[in-house]
Design a protein around this ligand. Structure first.
Ligand code: ATP
Ligand code: MG
Length: 402
């Protein structure tokens, strides 16, 4: 890669916002600043739908900066650029330097002239720069239709030149879309579901149900690891680790076997909703997908839904496992998700779960849990709570915010 003086960040959807646009832009700038804080000092400014990120330390690791920016929602393109004076000689020299060592056979120059006082037009600049590159860069050819390298020149406050750009994560800036509670298991689907909702700017709380000693500390650590991975994108996650053993044992003891799973899932929803309400969350999110397992038939989903009053979002609902896996790999969650630790959902699976449960029968079966309200409260307030961001996990008090 050529010398990088700064990074130009392009955003898409935010630029289409009307009167609210400054709010989204401010949020994006704040998120960029917080994401880069561990990597040094930076000047972060915005002008004409572009964010300028300039390192203030000599030894800034720009590859690490680019890697981090790829996880900031709201950014569409990441363009590491060289900066030069706004005169044609400097621009041409910088362009030639940017092309050195890039290895393509064909190129094209594109110019954006935001500063309309610059004496040459965009096509004139592109032509002159292209001619200079042809002269200086050995056997490169111009291909205006499908070039190997797109060399871009932007004339703004200064002149900027770049020959490489990376895709950003897209979406909306974290924190611009309200809050939701994600039911986070150690599997493949729920981290993906959380990522998808976070992509639309939603801040996440996560709720994990564990059943010691049937589920291990390692299983819980795995969920914390997954929360860390998603939190890089969502600018933090508050994770509730809810003790679920007593409730599961009580369901097993009191309810018909073929309804165990559906009743357990309904109680998960009720607990998640209480936690959601505590945090001002406006929706619940799960990793369910139609027909994946017995508890995800439409009939079962209908019964699960009926336990919650908040809307339940299931971003993976229409996706095949393979499609979910593709996203899981893309967001670097897959290797963690496939570690083989037990989940409370899988330890007490009945041999013949009802695949088409009727809500009235489920409600009837649930009546056997006479003490369930108290048990739900105990689970909510017995949860361990962690604030997770930037790789660090801080346990916080559960009762403080009441
Ligand atoms: P995942 O969906 O995360 O890959 P899975 O497919 O094994 O795991 P299921 O048992 O099918 O999960 O559960 C469906 C959804 O219920 C999960 O996507 C998740 O949102 C929620 N869920 C399941 N187990 C738990 C748990 N132990 N804690 C919190 N949420 C859970
Ligand atoms: Mg699943």
């Amino acid at each position: 890669m050529h010398k990088i003086d700064l990074i130009l960040l392009k955003y898409g959807e935010i630029a289409l916002k009307g009167l609210n646009r400054p709010k989204f832009e401010q949020r994006l700038l704040g998120n960029i600043s917080s994401a880069l804080a561990p990597l040094g000092r930076f000047s972060i400014k915005k002008a004409q739908s572009t964010v300028y990120v300039k390192p203030l330390d000599e030894d800034a690791d720009m590859n690490a900066v680019i890697k981090r920016l790829k996880k900031v929602f709201g950014i569409v393109n990441i363009c590491p650029a060289a900066q030069c004076d706004k005169d044609m000689e400097s621009i041409k020299d910088t362009a030639a330097a940017c092309m050195a060592g890039l290895g393509g056979k064909t190129f094209k120059v594109e110019t954006k002239r935001e500063d309309k006082n610059f004496p040459l037009t965009s096509p004139q600049i592109s032509r002159e720069v292209g001619g200079h590159v042809l002269k200086t860069a050995g056997n490169l050819k111009v291909d205006v239709h499908d070039p190997d390298i797109l060399l871009q020149v932007e004339i703004r406050e200064e002149a900027y030149v770049y020959a490489e750009k990376f895709s950003g994560a897209g979406g909306m800036p974290s924190g611009s879309g309200g809050r939701a509670a994600l039911l986070l298991s150690g599997g493949i689907d729920s981290p993906v579901a959380g990522w998808m909702v976070a992509k639309r700017g939603v801040t996440l709380d996560a709720v994990y149900f564990h059943s010691p000693p049937y589920t291990s500390e390692r299983a819980k650590d795995k969920v914390i690891d997954l929360a860390k991975i998603v939190s890089e994108y969502s600018m933090g996650i508050r994770l509730y680790s809810v003790p679920f053993t007593d409730i599961q044992l009580s369901i097993i003891e009191n309810c018909p076997k073929n309804y165990l799973t559906i009743i357990m899932r309904r109680i998960m929803m009720r607990i998640a909703e209480k936690i959601a309400v505590k945090n001002g969350d406006l929706a619940l999110v799960t990793g369910e997908s139609i027909g994946q397992v017995a508890s995800q038939t439409l009939e079962a989903l209908r019964c699960t839904d009926a336990a919650a009053t908040l809307p339940v979002f299931r971003p993976c609902i229409g996706m095949d496992k393979e499609e979910i896996v593709t996203i899981s790999k893309k967001i670097d969650a897959y290797e963690t998700s496939i570690q083989p630790y037990e989940d409370c959902c899988t330890i007490f699976v009945p041999k013949h779960p009802k695949t088409r449960p009727h809500l009235d029968e489920v409600l009837e079966a649930e009546k056997a849990l006479s003490d369930i309200e108290r048990m739900i409260d105990e689970a909510v307030y017995g949860a361990e709570v962690y604030d997770i961001y930037g790789g660090s996990v801080t346990e916080i008090s559960n009762r403080k915010e009441e």
